[in-house]
Write a protein that binds this ligand. Structure first.
Ligand code: PEP
Length: 267
């Protein structure tokens, strides 16, 4: 079975050391004794807690950051460098999240600089792309998403391109509980694959994972991930519950989705 990804974007939540500790303890407990082989779980906390997560995350969970800056060091107040991320062993970084595009007015060009900076330092970008509701109404969703892909992968070699994880996140579905149809997600998967295949050829494009993100919860995984043949999901709110995170990982990893399972070691 092809490897899948489950990315938990904790955003600006877990607002204290004690909440963070509580989360880490709960996550460890939820994962204890559970076999999750086909899924790479990535958790991306706020940057202030990256170091703590780095020390305490269970070993079968990877650390992600929520952003990075393209310059290596210097007078860039509030920014986080790739060296800082490497120092805390963050193997992934979310780039171009719609909330960064909205509140920090991040452009496609800047997203591309960040992707290249991360790849250069061996950190895997989780590149977020997606159209607004207006784009969709105007019938330009595919053009917008293809354009985001082209800009983000500009000057990225085929070998490096395979290190990128793309997350298709229609902006209107993030934090809204508005759920797209499987067919619409699958259509956009094809759009993304086509844009990547034009740049790198179909076999490289085949190897670049494409996730879905936007109001994901465990009960919707068939519709939002498995039916549209996505390679995993990027989860916001539900990732704040370790129990849900682990249920989702097991669901997309093909271990079933029920609550009542006993841990695999005991069965
Ligand atoms: C996100 O943070 O990218 C996201 C998809 O959030 P939510 O799952 O809460 O919609």
């Amino acid at each position: 079975m092809k490897k899948r990804y489950l990315v938990g974007n904790l955003k600006m939540n877990l607002n204290s050391v004690s909440e963070t500790e509580h989360y880490l303890v709960a996550l460890k407990k939820e994962l204890f004794g559970k076999r999750i082989e086909n899924v790479e779980i990535v958790v991306a906390p706020s940057s202030i807690y990256l170091e703590r997560f780095s020390r305490e995350l269970p070993e079968n969970v990877s650390l992600g950051a929520q952003d990075v800056f393209w310059e290596k060091e210097g007078s860039y107040t509030s920014q986080i460098s790739t060296s800082m991320l490497n120092d805390v062993h963050a193997g992934f970084v979310v780039i171009g999240h719609s909330e960064r595009r909205l509140y920090a007015h991040e452009t496609d060009g800047e997203v591309g600089w960040k992707v290249r900076a991360a790849l250069h330092e061996n950190i895997r970008p989780i590149l977020c792309v997606g159209e607004t509701a207006e784009d969709r109404e105007r019938g330009v969703a595919a053009d917008i998403v293809s354009g985001q892909i082209v800009e983000a992968f500009r000057d990225v070699s085929p070998m490096m391109a395979e290190r990128v994880v793309v997350a298709y996140e229609p902006r209107w579905a993030i934090g809204s509980d508005v759920i797209p149809e499987s067919e619409d997600i699958f259509e956009m998967r094809i759009v993304i694959h086509r844009a990547l295949a034009e740049a790198y050829g179909p076999s490289v494009a085949d190897r670049i994972p494409v996730l879905y993100g936007g109001s994901v919860k465990e009960s919707l995984l068939d519709r939002l991930c498995l039916e549209p043949r996505m390679d995993g999901v990027l989860v916001g709110r539900e990732s704040l519950y370790p129990h849900e995170l682990v249920r989702m990982a097991r669901h997309i990893g093909g271990y079933g989705s029920t609550d009542s399972e006993v841990s695999d070691n005991n069965s």
